[in-house]
Design a protein around this ligand. Structure first.
Ligand code: PLP
Length: 433
């Protein structure tokens, strides 16, 4: 008997698309010898092998703790880890857990912060609901929003992050169009945004909470604050989060990760939210996996408790500071004589955002990308991937998706690779200038 020819996929399936990152990885594989300034991996050499080994040895020295770590955990995550996360957060914010209005019950441990972002989207957004985002912003979350059928509206940014006047005028416009009731969320990467490396100024962190509250007339507008790069700060202390300006925790949901500051292989992240939102996320997570990898959580709890984590973060900051400086020096040396080229000097994170003259497009099919990969043997991430497409308006009405930027990362290459990569890239750009 022959099977019916078509598989009837769900609507959600049709809204999810292959991420451009798969194409980038394929390019890397198909073009050996290409130096990647694109890959979003962390520095290989500084991954915490010693600290992790010590934590594992301590964990397995006692069969009882070893067995606990090898057993299933709970949906919300290890209580020991969540207790340590409370002091970790109050350390970062320089405020007590009481002042922050957070208890262990407000914390959910997830498989990276990506899972938390995805769960938050799932429990809060119906198809057609609106999420406001910065332009540009983290493209994987744009993919999550698209996959949920949400409408994504970009808000302009400047050197201090999302512009609050632009946010207010977007909300005014949506109100005049009768769409305010659909606005559910504002997504912000407050520290060292992926891709721009820019941070939201402290004033704006306070203001955005006020704006979200002021416009929460039809339903609550929540801020989803993604602090993935928070601890990778190279020029000053860790900044207070948007969440720290919302002591009742009614408006801001925060998520952080240990992927960048410790190890993405362990893939431990967490989120902080109000009791109602935590309950919704726990219920959804219960259906998805009823708890993230318990062993990873036990390792993280050990390294936090034994302070191995904090020593590691200090070392990591100096490794990345040097690599960031190396990329900026190489940019000065190789690009400063090309007219119309400029770039952001990030104070943290992993990325340098470079702008080319408008006449030089950077997309996968552009002459620049083709030339860079096939002739100069260097790869970057095209900036246009970080701009949202608003499904609520026609293709012609889309606010300009900028096509002349590149995201460069100093995460993976060593200083020599960074210098060589920047030289190769400048050759490609010069060939088109
Ligand atoms: C801005 C941002 N948020 C979240 C994540 C997710 O990281 P993870 O799931 O490993 O915590 C990333 C990863 O690159 C990121 O760049």
């Amino acid at each position: 008997m022959s099977l019916p020819s078509q598989i009837s996929f769900s609507k959600k399936r049709t809204w999810s698309h292959d991420l451009p990152i798969s194409f980038l990885m394929q390019q890397g594989v198909e073009n050996p010898g290409v130096l990647s300034l694109a890959a979003g991996l962390v520095d290989q050499g500084s991954l915490p092998v010693d600290s992790t080994r010590k934590a594992l040895e301590a964990l397995f020295a006692d069969p009882k703790t070893g067995r606990e770590a090898l057993q299933y955990g709970t949906t919300a995550g290890s209580l020991a880890l969540r207790t340590l996360l409370l002091s970790h957060l109050s350390n970062l914010e320089q405020k007590s857990a009481d002042e922050l209005g957070i208890t262990v019950d407000n914390i959910i441990v997830t498989t990276g912060s990506q899972q938390f972002l995805s769960l938050a989207g799932e429990v809060l957004l119906d198809p057609g609901d609106i999420c406001l985002v910065a332009a540009p912003t983290y493209f994987v979350f744009l993919g999550v929003l698209q996959g949920l059928g949400a409408r994504i509206i970009s808000v302009e940014t400047d050197e201090f992050g999302m512009r609050m006047d632009a946010l207010e005028s977007t909300l005014e416009m949506l109100e005049s169009q009768g769409e305010l009731a659909k606005v559910k969320m504002i997504y912000l990467v407050s520290d060292y945004e992926n891709p721009s490396g820019l941070s939201l100024s402290i004033d704006r962190r306070r203001q955005v909470v006020e704006i979200a509250r002021k416009w929460s007339r039809m339903q609550r507008i929540l801020i989803l604050e993604d602090l993935a790069y928070r601890e990778l700060c190279y020029d000053g202390p860790v900044a207070p989060s948007i969440r720290s300006f919302d002591p009742t925790g009614e408006t801001v949901i925060l998520t952080q990760t240990f992927s960048k500051s410790f190890s993405p292989g362990l893939r431990v992240g967490f989120g902080v939210a109000s009791p109602e939102i935590c309950a919704a996320i726990r219920d959804k997570k219960g259906n998805d996996d009823f708890g993230s990898t318990n062993l990873s959580q036990h390792i993280l709890a050990r390294v936090l408790d034994d302070k191995l984590y904090y020593e590691h973060v200090e070392q990591l900051r100096s490794v990345y500071r040097e690599k960031r400086d190396c990329m900026l020096d190489a940019a000065d040396a190789c690009f400063s004589d090309i007219p119309g080229v400029h770039w952001v000097h990030p104070n943290g994170g992993l990325y340098v955002w470079m702008t080319l003259p408008e006449s030089i497009e950077t997309g996968f099919q552009s002459p620049l990308f083709q030339r860079a990969v096939h002739e100069d043997k260097v790869m970057y991430v095209p900036g246009e991937l970080f701009y949202a497409f608003d499904q609520g308006i026609s293709a012609e009405e889309q606010p300009a998706i900028q096509k002349n930027h590149m995201r460069l990362t100093f995460g993976v290459q060593n200083p020599e690779g960074i210098r060589e990569g920047m030289k190769r890239l400048s050759n490609a750009v010069k060939s088109l200038s």
